[in-house]
Design a protein around this ligand. Structure first.
Ligand SMILES: *[C@@H]1O[C@H](CO)[C@@H](O)[C@H](O)[C@H]1NC(C)=O
Ligand SMILES: *[C@@H]1O[C@H](CO)[C@@H](O)[C@H](O)[C@H]1NC(C)=O
Ligand SMILES: *[C@@H]1O[C@H](CO)[C@@H](O)[C@H](O)[C@H]1NC(C)=O
Ligand SMILES: *[C@@H]1O[C@H](CO)[C@@H](O)[C@H](O)[C@H]1NC(C)=O
Length: 250
């Protein structure tokens, strides 16, 4: 073997090793091992902020935190042949429309959002017996949402939509003291010329036993997790400890 070939070969192996050390490789692996996830995220979003990110598509967003989804960490699309069927959740539709609305497409019969959540995340969550059907997955998510009762607790600790700004640390501390665990909070970064971020998502983490746990995450993980929905050019990211807008209206 010529030295040059050996050099490229070594370089190639090095690059491969480096590549596999990064998170994208964990993704590739976990696609084949849907059982390996350790954490579930119950993601709430603030409809007003969702609308702000995609102004064309919504009007009169709900004035309460709604469900975005229940996501096993780091796995996606675990069973592409298990299709969404709204008939399996017909007993849940009243609560689904109320607490898990498609904020961007508000016609009550739109089910694309639920289909997306099931196919991308539900099929992975379904490796747990407690979540192994569409009825269980959507039903359990609604249960967890209602048990957490985020809307009431935020009001109780005095955090409500306002034209004055909040310190992110105050919101974090209030939530941690209520729930005994640290949630993950995501914001829309300030627009040009603005100084404040806008709160958009609050995620609570659960173990495979569906017990609340602290959300611990690395910077890289949080970057990848946020790309669930492509609203357009703007994306949510982990909030900074700065002033934060919690808007009442679009
Ligand atoms: C995927 O889903 C289909 C339909 O529910 C099921 O028959 C099949 O066993 C699933 N495959 C795996 C690998 O779980
Ligand atoms: C929406 O669904 C309801 C109940 O399933 C049905 O009665 C109604 O006709 C549907 N509306 C449209 C526009 O499809
Ligand atoms: C947090 O600060 C970093 C660095 O200044 C910035 O890149 C990021 O967009 C900020 N995130 C938010 C949500 O404002
Ligand atoms: C979460 O973290 C806090 C502080 O780090 C710790 O006191 C608490 O026991 C943890 N809770 C759980 C459920 O692990």
């Amino acid at each position: 073997m010529k030295p040059a070939t050996a050099y490229y070969l070594t370089l190639g192996c090095f690059c491969l090793a480096f590549y596999c050390g990064c998170t994208s490789c964990t993704f590739l692996e976990s696609e084949h091992h849907p059982h390996t996830w350790k954490k579930l995220l119950l993601v709430h979003h603030w409809p007003v902020t969702v609308c702000k990110m995609n102004e064309n598509d919504c009007k009169d967003p709900p004035q309460y935190w709604t469900i975005h989804g229940l996501w096993p960490e780091k796995v996606d699309d675990c069973n592409r042949t298990w299709h969404f069927d709204v008939n399996e959740i017909k007993d849940l539709l009243l609560n689904m429309r109320r607490y898990w609305p498609d904020v961007l497409h508000s016609s009550p019969n739109r089910t694309q959002f639920w289909k997306h959540e099931w196919e991308k995340h539900g099929t992975c969550a379904a490796t747990l017996e407690a979540l192994n059907s569409q009825k269980k997955y959507f039903g359990k998510t609604l249960d967890l949402y209602q048990k957490l009762d985020l809307n009431s607790y935020l009001l109780k600790v005095g955090i409500k939509p306002s034209t004055t700004y909040y310190q992110m640390t105050a919101i974090k501390e209030a939530l941690t003291s209520v729930y005994g665990v640290t949630p993950k909070i995501q914001c829309l970064p300030p627009e040009e010329g603005e100084e404040v971020q806008t709160i958009g998502q609050i995620e609570f983490c659960f173990t495979r036993e569906l017990e609340l746990r602290n959300c611990t995450y690395s910077k890289v993980e949080s970057y990848i997790m946020q790309n669930d929905w492509h609203f357009g050019p703007e994306e949510l990211s982990i909030c900074n400890d700065t002033l934060t807008y919690y808007p009442a209206q679009v």
